[in-house]
Design a binder for this molecule. Structure first.
Ligand code: FCB
Length: 784
């Protein structure tokens, strides 16, 4: 690893928001917010009790060398009814906070709206009402009046997309509404509120003001694997539409004073255009000084005509949101630092005049509190990889002025309550004790160095535990694997070291920490004729490898729509940690529905619909090439192909390999279509042989079909191989028993099953995984 220093003056900081950390929801005259109502008292208070403990939190930041602290002001703390009466004690709190920050040498960055609308305003229609933007501007004025003399960086809004579309579209955030029309109207009113708020701040002399957006590159599954791949024509519209809804709906009005042209008809169809009044876009598009970028993960989509709209993306009919087969955070968000580079490159190209700041980036991982700290190596790696990506973007010319990590403290993660851990500082919510995680100490070093050192964070290993407990590695291994042959004293010493170091030994021990069930569902669809051998190999090998790794297997049959629903429910309820899926032949949505549960899934065979779920397949095209080349090498020039059902992906690939090889030699194909069994193979062969092509060879996409071809040749009195050479595919048992014995392409069934089991184990370990394609092998027998 190389060191990566950042430009001089680069700002290192952290971000938080009022509702997520303050608590004290009914103290000193604060009014209720929509999040209090939404949480129903289940979370939000005491949160991190920052309202009372801010001096300690500021000291922590000072110790870490934090240069800028982005916090949000709680609107209902300042204006309990949302407008009108100002609550002095509420403003006093921010006044004190700003003074403490300045004393500690930390620049205060204030966000005015981080989602906690006063409930009183919600009662009057909330963001669907055009009054709220006006009230927002007044609120901005009140806050600026009090702390504007000491706060030089202002953000009007945090992530209006989330507030509008998760709050009013999918309803998973406050105020919990599900109306596509309200979502679009709210989004516009938030943009308008930003514009009016900005005007108010500027009028009073704000030095630097901007807005924060959550931006994600929108990519196709293939692009996620290889960024240099272009967007396939059939997916281009889906990608553009989601990009317009998620990114451009905000970027374009804010930075160019217009809505994306392709979005307007969609807004009009859903919500009308009456809420977008003349002059609004001029207000919204006034120049900002700084665009805050929150980046966590990319979005992957592809076109799928039958897909219904996702309520968070009204108008997304026909778009399939795909899962991404990379390591994910505990939140299930795919980790993709290259997505940040892509995003910054795009912003720099499209809006070169805009200064940028990363206002949020960070990760939720399950932490283990040990006797000597919290060794959150995953969080460190996450931030480190994103900082490397950021550094590269700055080299390429991106005008990024700072990086604010999300978040300082473990806090309330909105609808997920307290279970998410984004902090670099751990908070014990029963005692409110703060504890620096390793990531905090590591970030302190980054700040001190103004960049990354050459060292990578190290995970505690078996050796570390052995050294700490003064025993051999073998002994440690015996203890963590629960073997009996260890004295109680040694066992206790090793377990203490394991605890203190936060060492996570293996799947079994990890399950103690993560409370995983350690069970895996093996989901089988009923195979079409010919697939049984593979299915039984899968059951046999997958079961034995996974059981050997300590997993329990649940077999589930996916043969009816009801069984699909049952399986999804089972997986959604987290009754399993992983799924091995032998998907149905042909197009089907079970795979994607399972993938969306966030539980690791692996597939047997390349799926009919391109998917990000990793699969194990054989090189069907390569096998067909080899078979065809073999016939050509033996001097055969007039080769017919018998093709099984064309809706099977394997058949399509085999045909493609055959055609490509013929093409190389300038030969034309002769194709007959067939079903699955030897009877239909014989019929197709008869058709081929009765034509005037005078064939000297037949390649069949399966052994069954080839066996049918042998039968047809016999009927016609053709000698095999003298008059007609025949090659099959699959190397089923019967292939070696025909007369003469069949030349065929061997498909490694057992290897596929083993690879499938291993792939799932890697995914369960959280490792990066990609699909596996196993080689086939030509088995030359007497028919050629
Ligand atoms: C962002 C929010 C922030 C926090 C992080 C994890 O969308 O702005 O409050 O919830 O996600």
């Amino acid at each position: 690893m190389r060191t990566a220093l950042f430009p001089e003056g680069f700002v290192w900081g952290v971000s938080t928001s009022a509702f997520q950390i303050e608590g004290a929801t009914d103290r000193d005259g604060r009014g209720p917010s929509i999040w209090d109502a939404f949480a129903g008292g289940a979370y939000g208070d005491p949160a991190c009790d920052h309202y009372a403990r801010h001096p300690e939190d500021v000291r922590l930041m000072q110790d870490l060398g934090i240069a800028a602290y982005r916090f949000s002001v709680s609107w209902p703390r300042v204006l309990p009814e949302g407008h009108g009466r100002v609550n002095g004690p509420g403003l006093d709190f921010y006044d004190r906070l700003v003074d403490e920050l300045l004393e500690a040498g930390i620049a205060p960055y204030a966000t005015l709206y981080h989602w906690d609308l006063p409930q009183a305003l919600q009662d009057g229609g909330g963001w669907t009402s055009r009054d709220v933007p006006r009230h927002f501007a007044d609120y901005a004025r009140v806050v600026y009046d009090r702390i504007g003399d000491r706060v030089d960086t202002w953000f009007t809004f945090n992530e209006p997309w989330v507030a509008a579309f998760l709050g009013h579209g999918s309803g998973v955030h406050a105020p919990g509404l599900r109306s596509a029309s309200d979502a679009f109207v709210s989004a516009h009113h938030m943009l308008l509120a930003h514009g009016l708020g900005l005007e108010a701040l500027r009028a009073q002399g704000a030095a630097r003001a901007g807005v924060v957006l959550n931006l994600s590159p929108v990519l196709t599954p293939a692009q996620l694997g290889d960024m240099s791949t272009g967007i396939p024509e059939e997916d281009a519209e889906a990608v553009a539409r989601i990009d317009a809804l998620h990114n451009r709906q905000f970027l374009e009005p804010l930075l160019r004073g217009r809505y994306p042209a392709e979005l307007l008809p969609l807004i009009e169809k859903t919500a009308g255009l009456g809420h977008i009044r003349d002059g609004d876009l001029d207000v919204i598009g006034r120049p900002i000084d700084l665009l805050g970028v929150n980046y966590y993960t990319p979005i992957a989509v592809q076109a799928q005509p039958s897909a219904p709209a996702d309520p968070a993306f009204p108008g997304s009919e026909g778009v399939l949101f795909c899962s991404v087969p990379t390591a994910v955070t505990a939140m299930g968000w795919p980790i993709m630092p290259s997505g940040l580079s892509l995003l910054l490159r795009r912003l720099s190209e499209e809006y070169p005049e805009t200064e940028l700041m990363i206002t949020e980036n960070g990760a939720d991982f399950e932490d283990v509190v040990t006797g000597d700290g919290i060794h959150d190596v995953d969080r460190i790696s996450f931030v480190e990889e994103h900082l490397r990506a950021l550094r590269t973007s700055i080299d390429e010319g991106a005008r990024v002025r700072g990086y604010l990590l999300w978040s300082l403290l473990d806090c309330v993660e909105w609808a997920d309550g307290y279970r998410r851990k984004f902090g670099i500082v751990h908070v014990d919510f029963t005692t409110q004790r703060r504890l620096l995680k390793d990531s905090a100490l590591w970030y302190r070093d980054v700040i001190m160095r103004n960049g990354l050192g050459a060292e990578r964070p190290k995970r505690p290993t078996l050796e570390t535990v052995a050294a700490r407990s003064g025993v051999s590695r073998a002994t440690v291994s015996r203890v963590v694997n629960g073997e009996a042959r260890v004295s109680p004293d040694v066992r206790a010493a090793v377990l203490r070291a394991v605890q203190e170091l936060g060492y996570v030994p293996n799947a079994a021990a990890r399950s103690l920490v993560t409370r995983r069930t350690d069970s895996v569902a093996l989901v089988l669809s009923v195979p079409r004729h010919g697939g049984e051998a593979l299915t039984s190999a899968v059951v046999q090998y997958v079961t034995s490898v996974l059981e050997g790794a300590g997993k329990q297997i649940t077999l589930m049959l996916a043969d009816t729509a009801e069984s699909h629903r049952r399986i999804i429910r089972h997986v959604e309820a987290r009754q399993v940690d992983g799924v091995v899926l032998v998907p149905p032949d042909g197009p089907d949505t079970l795979t994607e529905r399972l993938a969306r549960t966030g539980v690791p899934v692996v597939l047997l065979g390349k799926p009919a619909i391109a998917s990000l779920v990793p699969h194990v397949d054989v090189d069907n095209a390569g096998g067909a090439r080899e078979a065809t080349r073999h016939l050509l090498d033996r001097g055969r020039r007039r080769i017919g192909v018998i093709c099984g059902p064309m809706d099977l992906v394997a058949v399509q690939d085999r045909l493609a390999g055959h055609l490509a090889t013929l093409h190389e030699d300038g030969l034309r194909p002769v194709i007959a279509l067939a079903g699955l069994d030897s009877g239909s193979g014989a019929a197709a062969a008869r058709e081929l042989l009765s034509g005037d092509q005078d064939l000297d060879a037949v390649f069949a996409t399966s052994d069954e079909l080839a066996i049918g071809a042998l039968e047809a040749a016999r009927e016609k009195g053709l000698r095999v191989p003298e008059d007609l050479a025949v090659v099959g595919f699959g190397d089923i048992h019967a292939a070696s028993c025909t007369t003469p014995a069949l030349t065929t392409v061997r498909v490694p069934a057992a290897d596929q099953a083993l690879a499938l089991a291993r792939l799932l184990l890697s995914r369960l370990d959280g490792r990066h995984t990609s699909s596996v394609v196993l080689p086939t092998r030509l088995v030359v027998r007497a028919t050629t």
